[in-house]
Design a protein around this ligand. Sequence first.
Ligand SMILES: Cc1cc2nc3c(=O)[nH]c(=O)nc-3n(C[C@H](O)[C@H](O)[C@H](O)COP(=O)(O)O)c2cc1C
Length: 383
Amino acid sequence: MTGRNPIFGPNRLKLGVFGTNGKGGAQTLVPEAYRPTWQASVQTSQMADRAGFEAIVAYARWKGYIPGRPDHASGIVLDPFTWAAGIAQATSYSAVFATSHAPTIHPITCAKQCATIDIISGGRFGLNVVGGWNKHELEMFGAPLKEHDARYDHLEEWLTVLERMWSEHEEFDFKGAFYEVRRGASMPKPVQRPRPPIMNAGGSDRGMRFACEHADMCFVILRSEDPEVCRKQIDEYKRTARAFGRDVQVWTYCPVVQRDTREEAEAYLRHYAVEREDSESLDAWTAGLGAQTKIVAPDQLKEFRMRFAAGAGGNILVGTATAIADQLQALSEAGLDGVLCTWVDFVDGLQRFTRDVLPELERRGLRQPFAPESAALRRPGDR
Ligand SMILES: Cc1cc2nc3c(=O)[nH]c(=O)nc-3n(C[C@H](O)[C@H](O)[C@H](O)COP(=O)(O)O)c2cc1C
C-alpha cells in the first residue's frame, strides 16, 4: 500500500471512533447520549485526529430499525459519504471511513465518491463494506434483503466492479449476475495505490471468508471476555486470510466507560445500559440481528443484551484508566490489531481516554506518542 493512511502505521494497537455520524453504539435513554449534529461530528473527529487515533468510521443506515418509528435515534444518521468528505477536510491525520451496502449505491457511483474523498483527504480514505441486516431500510429501496449468503455474493460482485473502476486505465466491459458495465472508466483515481483500505465485519462463515479474501481490516464482535477464546477467534481470521495468500488486520469495537474508580465506572454502566436502556430499540435490534445475521450465536443474544445497550455488542471496557489499558493490552496480546471505541458521551469519553489511557498505552509500548508536527500530515488546504 502506498500513501499515508495511518491504518498501515506502526502502532501495535490501533484505535478509532465509531458511529459519530449517527447515535454511536449505545442504546440508552440517558440525556447525555450522543446526537449526530455536524458540530458534534467535527468536534469529536478533531479530538480523535489530534490524539492520533488511526480511524474515524461512519456507519450506513438509511432508516431506523424500529418499524413505524422513523424519528427514533437509530434512524437519525448522516450520509456516510458526504459526512466523510466533510470530516476529511476538518481533520489531517486519521483515516476516514464511509460504509456502504451493495444494493443502496451503484458501484460506479460509489467508486467516484470514494476516489473524491481519497483526494480530499490526501489518501486517508477507507471503505467499510457490509452485507446489511436492517431489512426495513433495504425494503425501502425496493430491494428486499437477500438470503444471508447471497448478500455476500452481491457484495463480492459490487466490490469487483468498484475496484476495477479504481484501477483500470483502459475502458472495460463487465457482465455478472448483478451488474453490467459497458466501456467502464472512472477518473480521477484514488490517491492510495493499489486502493484505499477495505473493511468488512462478516461474522458468519461466509462473512469471514468474504472479509479474509477481500478486506484489509476484518471486524469481529468478540464472543467472550476470555483472552484465550478471543485469540482463537482472531487467529481463525488471520489463518483464513493466509489461505487466500493475504494478511489482514483484525479489529473489534468496544464501548468504553472510564471513571476514577471501578465502582463509579460500573455504576455508570449499570445506569445507562440497564436502568436507562432503550428497551424498544434493544428489542428491535436483537430481533433484527437474530433473524438476519450470524454475528452472534442465537443462544447468546439474550446474554448480549447489556453489551448491545452499552455499545452495539462489543466487549465493554470498564473501570479506571489502568484497568482499561489492562483490557486493551490483553486484547492486543490475543492478536487484535485495532479497536473502534464508542462512548455514551463521546466528548467526555475522548477527553478522559486521551488524558489518562493513551499515556498508559504508550508506556506499555502498545502505541507511540503522537506528534502531529512530525507525522506525515496533510493539512486542510494542501492539495
Ligand atoms: C464494526 C461493524 C460495523 C458495521 N456497520 C454496519 C453498517 O454501517 N450498516 C449495516 O447495515 N450493517 C453494519 N454492520 C453489520 C453488517 O451489515 C453485518 O450484518 C454483520 O457484520 C453480520 O454479518 P454476518 O451475518 O456475516 O455475521 C456492521 C457490523 C460491525 C461489526
